[in-house]
Design a protein. Structure first.
Length: 133
């Protein structure tokens, strides 16, 4: 009974606020955090955010889910912006979904976005990734 009461109190008055955390992305596998500022043009960044050309929308809440590529582990991770942690699963303003090994299709989507936005440094990094068929 006591634990149930504490659970109700925590649910009513507790906070799931992540707003004071720094805003940035981290690869779930590598755990390397990158602040959002200049993430796509910083040559030291191991993450490339792309996806305006290939995002998907979660039907139940309309959340736009985008991919990013990690150059350290060659994984694609899906993420969505959740700055106030409405889902209860956000970390530093983002909710993370599935990760997978990069495919040729992923590389092509990222290359298309990088070329469109004149991210020449990223184009070179993407071309260096070895992909198993």
């Amino acid at each position: 009974m006591i634990l149930a009461g504490l659970s109700v109190i925590t649910g009513l008055f507790g906070s799931n606020d992540d707003s004071k955390s720094p805003r940035g992305l981290a690869c779930p596998k590598c755990k390397i955090f990158h602040p959002l500022q200049n993430i796509n043009i910083n040559e030291d960044s191991s993450i490339y955010m792309y996806g305006e050309n290939c995002f998907r929308t979660r039907e139940e809440d309309g959340l736009n889910i985008y991919p990013f590529i990690c150059f350290k582990c060659n994984q694609i991770t899906e993420y969505a912006a959740d700055p106030v942690n409405q889902s209860g699963h956000a970390v530093c303003g983002f909710e993370y979904f599935k990760s997978k090994k990069v495919s040729k299709k992923d590389i092509n989507n990222a290359l298309e976005y990088a070329k469109l936005n004149n991210h020449e440094l990223i184009v070179n990094k993407l071309k260096m990734i070895k992909v198993n068929s």
